[in-house]
Ligand binder design. Structure first.
Ligand code: AMP
Length: 374
């Protein structure tokens, strides 16, 4: 079993869901899942900034399935998920089928452009979860085939796309017909002003989770890149760490072995360093973290997953020993420094093979990262 800090089982998911996740080959929650599942299970409203591909569907589908299976409904549809497109609605339907395979929660998908017969039959047979596009939903409601008066949980997915596609009036109409006493989750890839305003009208003291922190985080961090050969990375890292202004440093590596090797090399060079990753026991990780927090160790070498649950103030520098495969991860990593009002600095070591990754990062953060000459 994985010993990483966050696993699906320590998110308090029930066994039928855990079995389905194992069957689907999911090993550990994605960041949006780790952040969103606990507050949603606790019944809170949620405002999530996340794009497709981040695992956001499971972030709402899993806690919804769990909540619905814990109580009996009063008859009628209990959860409504509104999706801007048929494709997305169908995908969400597939997700509910896979995650809910060991539970007795019935779901169906309703969208336009296809005959209504099958959707109508499913609705008449009774469903707990309805995944729908706004137009078809309003049609079905107009025909008396769907009632929203028993909805306990409402999800507005891809809210920004919903607005772009001109569905705002339909969305408002649907929301106005929902019971006031309900749990509401809103997901959007971006959070421009109009989405914030919509969220404010729909959500009550929502938990906020974001997997692509606003570029503002990245803006506050001084960033640089040093181009080096793969073989000279360790030497380059040591040179960078010769500067005493680097008081509390997190070094990110792509692999657990990489983290160990870097920490060992630094220790041999008399630089206080410890590695933290999923192959270490909980005790060893906690000890390493405590030493880092108290300043006993100057450098913490971490993999992304191990670093996920860690919050340490006063990190002066983040060093990317390896560039991350996913550009968003870069923004997460550098967000570890420059917390609160403090400024921070991030230095990335980039070898020849990583140039493409660097370009992806620059595209995402919409800024060029200046070169630091050795
Ligand atoms: P989504 O962002 O919800 O569209 O999900 C993107 C893809 O990631 C889908 O193909 C999911 O099946 C997959 N996925 C979601 N969560 C996980 C996870 N924890 N581990 C592995 N794959 C996942």
């Amino acid at each position: 079993m994985s010993t990483d800090i966050v696993s699906f089982s320590n998110l308090a998911l029930i066994d039928p869901l855990l079995r389905a996740l194992t069957g689907a080959g999911y090993e550990r929650p994605t960041p949006i899942q780790a952040a969103a599942i606990p507050p949603v299970l606790a019944g809170r409203d949620l405002c999530g900034t996340a794009q497709t591909g981040t695992g956001k569907t499971a972030a709402f589908a899993l806690p919804i399935l769990q909540q619905l299976s814990a109580t009996r409904g009063a008859g009628g549809i209990r959860a409504l998920i509104l999706s801007p497109t048929r494709e997305l609605a169908a995908q969400i339907g597939d997700s509910f089928r896979i995650y809910g395979q060991f539970l007795k929660i019935r779901h169906t998908v309703a969208f336009g452009g296809v005959g209504q017969g099958a959707q109508e039959r499913a609705l008449k047979a009774g469903v707990d979860v309805l995944i729908a596009c706004p137009g078809r939903l309003l049609d079905l409601m107009g025909q008396g085939l769907v009632k929203l008066d028993r909805i306990e949980i409402f999800v507005l997915d891809e809210a920004d796309r919903m607005l772009d596609m001109g569905f705002i009036h339909d969305v408002r109409r649907v929301v106005s017909l929902l019971p006031r006493q309900r749990q509401t989750l809103l997901f959007s890839a971006t959070m421009p002003r109009d989405i914030e305003e919509l969220a404010a009208t729909m959500l009550k003291t929502p938990a906020r989770v974001s997997v692509a922190p606003p570029a503002a985080t990245a803006d506050r961090v001084r960033q640089s890149v040093q181009f080096v050969d793969k073989a000279s990375k360790r030497a380059a890292l040591q040179r960078i760490l010769d500067d005493p202004r680097l008081t509390r440093v997190i070094v990110f590596t792509r692999t657990k072995h990489g983290a160990n090797r870097v920490a060992e090399a630094l220790s041999r060079a008399a630089i206080g360093a410890e590695a933290i990753h999923g192959n270490k026991s909980q005790n060893a990780r906690e000890r390493a973290l405590a030493n880092f927090k108290s300043g006993v160790t100057r450098v913490l070498v971490a993999t992304d997953i191990a670093a996920r649950g860690i919050h340490v103030d006063g990190v002066s520098h983040v060093i990317n020993f390896d560039l991350p495969e996913v550009a968003e991860t870069y923004v997460h990593r550098i967000g570890r420094t420059a917390r609160a009002d403090a400024d921070g600095e991030a230095i990335s070591l980039c070898d020849g093979e990583e140039r493409g990754l660097l370009r992806e990062i620059e595209k995402l953060t919409r800024q060029r990262i200046p070169e630091l000459r050795a």
